[in-house]
Write a protein that binds this ligand. Structure first.
Ligand code: PEP
Ligand code: MN
Length: 344
């Protein structure tokens, strides 16, 4: 961190600030006296230094951070990609991690059938919302605890690990027991109390980017989970709000190479919530794989026209099968089908 002093600040005032910063933080301050102004260079762990507090000093012109405020998720201190193992599958390794399933669990028949279909096409995880974060309180809220039971039945039938969204900290014990990957949805990305509590578990956490969150804010939310001890965090780009209204959100493809550069954590893409249009899922999924995503999360429904939630953006199992075949031809990660391996 660098503190730029205002011109004409005296050496005495500079020394006072140097001593104040050193006494309040675990850092050493080096003073560089320039012709016009002086600069203080803070050396050490600056993650806990309050830049705004220093900025409030009347002799300070500005404070610049040279280090990122996130440490545990930062690739600088962990050059190798993190690979998160979930049962027989993994996220972040050589294989493309594909999570597929309906927006919400609706019935045993529905979730088991979709699970079987997506597994056949090469999905490695089953998704399905039991507790749904809906904009309107009058919309379908999910089957809740019954939805979790049905996901467990689908897991038993197919062996696919289950991914589902948690909405409040009081459900953590139940989710830790029942679920393989706990999803934190876009609307809860900055529910810091929830993140801290999830950090005390050792379950993989799928953290979706908030509707208007910057990449740095997403990484800081990952940091909340990791700083409590749980380093099993998977990031998910799912589109952000822009001025464009044609699509539900705008898929920020540039976030993938950006996050891969800044962090060692695996990054997946959800083209379904990004576009909000079923026919756009295929091209966006391909683009996501092409820019280096570690996986995809795709909404698949056997009867989208009658889906209780997000039917307009759900693809049918046949379309999903075709998409998986097409994606296996894109250079990069491999897709292993239930009985064969497609090399790319
Ligand atoms: C979901 O994946 O079911 C979901 C609600 O997504 P998001 O939090 O990205 O809106
Ligand atoms: Mn949905």
């Amino acid at each position: 961190m660098i503190v730029i002093m205002r011109p004409q600040t005296t050496q005495e005032e500079i020394n006072m600030l140097k001593q104040k910063i050193e006494s309040e933080n675990d850092v050493t301050v080096n003073v560089i006296n320039g012709k016009e102004c002086s600069i203080l260079g803070l050396v050490g762990d600056t993650t806990k230094v309050d830049a705004d507090k220093i900025r409030a000093n009347e002799f300070v012109e500005n404070v610049e951070k040279v280090q990122q405020p996130y440490k545990l998720s930062n690739r600088l201190f962990h050059p190798d990609d993190t690979v998160i193992k979930v049962k027989n599958a993994s996220i972040g390794g050589d294989e493309l991690a594909v999570i597929a399933g309906p927006c919400s669990v609706e019935s045993e028949e529905q979730i088991v059938k979709i699970a079987q279909d997506v597994k056949k096409s090469g999905a490695k995880f089953l998704r399905g919302g039991a507790f749904k974060p809906r904009t309107s309180p009058y919309s379908f809220q999910g089957l809740r605890a019954r939805g979790l039971d049905l996901l467990k039945i689908a897991r038993q039938e197919t062996g696919l690990p289950i991914v589902t969204e948690i909405m409040s900290a009081d459900m953590i014990d139940k989710f830790v027991e029942d679920v393989d990957v706990i999803q934190v949805g876009a609307r809860n990305m900055q529910n810091f109390e929830l993140l801290k509590q999830l950090g005390k578990t050792n379950k993989p956490i799928l953290l979706k980017r908030g509707l208007s969150a910057t990449i740095q804010e997403l990484l800081m939310s990952a940091e909340y989970i990791m700083s409590e001890g749980n380093e099993n965090v998977i990031l998910c780009e799912r589109g952000i709000r822009t001025f464009e209204t044609y699509t539900r959100n705008t898929l920020d493809l540039s976030a993938i190479p950006a996050i891969k550069r800044l962090s060692h954590l695996p990054v997946i893409v959800d083209p379904s919530h990004a576009a909000g249009l079923w026919w756009m899922v295929e091209p966006l999924a391909k683009a996501a794989v092409a820019v280096g995503a570690d996986g995809l999360m795709i909404e698949v429904h056997n009867d989208p026209a009658n889906a209780k939630c997000d039917g307009q953006q759900s693809i049918k199992p046949k379309v999903f099968e075709q998409l998986m075949n097409d994606i296996s031809k894109i250079p990069g990660k491999t897709i292993h089908k239930a009985c064969d391996t497609v090399n790319v």
